[in-house]
Ligand binder design. Structure first.
Ligand code: COI
Length: 357
């Protein structure tokens, strides 16, 4: 593997951070990782102190949005060992996004290795508080300077790390939209690309004005089938079944979603139904009392309970205090992350002394 040039910061900023009160996404650790795609190959693998980027105003990302990212977390086991959860799945999904956005794939072993080393260097920043963690944000942007529309030839890969508390500190409310959509079949809904999030902001603002936290996206043909929440995939417990929309091309293939499906199958013997789920089916289940739980899953959000869903003039109220499956999943994933639950899945990757050296 290519060597990573490491430059340490002279002065850590860690003493400025109140780990009991961490605003999500605003405080970076001391170091960042980067690499450049130049002349058809990845080069300049580096870890160095966080600093601003200098971009020419014709930088293509600024105009045409070739930008993708990942969201991962590092936790600390009770014995202090930093750990990553399934980093290789994030590397694979990053490359799937890259292919869809006509960007070069990043070598998966380097993706994992750079993150190992970066987390290792800034391991003191992983909050020593259960439920908190270090959020890891790998991303790639176009670097050509050209306002003509085409795929860029040069790219920059970077990784930022940020200490993070819970993303949603309380249950959230959702509303469907029958005016706007997040993704269409054949579009980019499955890619973790910046534009998907930009497109969600205006409808989310409208939802906020009506008193809801997020939009529960419906399909773009009939405004009928549930997709996801944008920051999360979504699960419904109806009767004794757990149902989540199938990732059929316009929904992000959530890694926390996948973990939760595997945990439910192995530990609870529950086969999760991944299928088309209409909002009408959910409303009917609410009306007949069989809708027991609704919760989202995501790297940042982990497991976020939903207490209200509005659709077409109707409001469904739920009581997260009675949710059992979401509580189980949250405790399980937090337990795997802090090492208090044995990792029988082999998902956790400890950052060992050898890597730290
Ligand atoms: C994540 O869960 O990592 C996400 O990417 C969602 C959001 C913070 C953009």
């Amino acid at each position: 593997m290519p060597e990573i040039k490491i430059t340490h910061s002279n002065q850590s900023r860690i003493s400025e951070v109140d780990f009991n009160n961490i605003p999500f996404g605003r405080i970076c650790t001391d170091h960042m990782a980067s690499a450049d795609f130049i002349d058809g190959k990845w080069t300049n693998f580096e870890i160095r102190p966080v600093e601003p980027l200098s971009l020419h105003p014709t930088n293509m990302t600024l105009h045409y949005g070739q930008a993708i990212f990942e969201g991962m977390k590092a936790s600390k086991a009770v014995d202090g060992t930093p750990m990553l959860m399934r980093p290789e799945l994030h590397a694979q999904r990053f490359n799937a996004s890259a292919v869809r956005m006509c960007m070069p794939e990043f070598p998966e072993d380097m993706f994992v290795d750079m993150i190992y080393k970066l987390v290792s260097i800034d391991r003191a920043w992983i909050p020593p508080i259960s439920g908190s963690s270090m959020y890891i944000r790998p991303f790639m942007i176009a670097m050509d300077e050209n306002v003509g529309v085409r795929a860029s030839s040069n790219y920059k890969f970077m990784v930022l790390t940020l200490p993070a508390g819970p993303y949603y500190g309380r249950p959230i409310s959702l509303t469907t939209s029958t005016e706007h959509v997040r993704a269409v079949d054949g579009g980019v809904g499955e890619a973790k690309c910046a534009g998907n999030y930009a497109a969600s902001l205006y409808p989310a603002t409208l939802a906020n004005k009506r008193g809801f936290d997020q939009v529960l996206w419906l399909d773009a043909h009939e405004f009928k089938y549930i997709q996801e929440v944008g920051t999360m995939n979504i699960f419904f417990v109806i009767g004794n079944k757990v149902i989540t929309p199938a990732t059929s091309g316009s929904i992000l293939k959530g890694i926390t979603r996948r973990n939760m499906i595997e945990i439910l199958k192995v530990e609870k013997g529950i086969e999760v139904e991944e299928r088309a789920l209409s909002i009408d089916e959910v409303m009917a289940a609410h009306a007949d009392g069989t809708l027991k739980e609704v919760f989202g899953s995501g790297t940042a959000a982990l497991v976020a309970n939903v207490n209200r869903i509005a659709h077409d003039g109707n409001v469904m109220e739920l009581d997260p205090d009675n949710f059992e499956i979401s509580l189980y999943l949250k405790a399980k994933i937090n337990g795997l992350r802090d090492g208090t639950i044995e990792d029988t899945y082999g998902w956790m990757t400890p950052i060992t002394e050898a890597v730290m050296a």
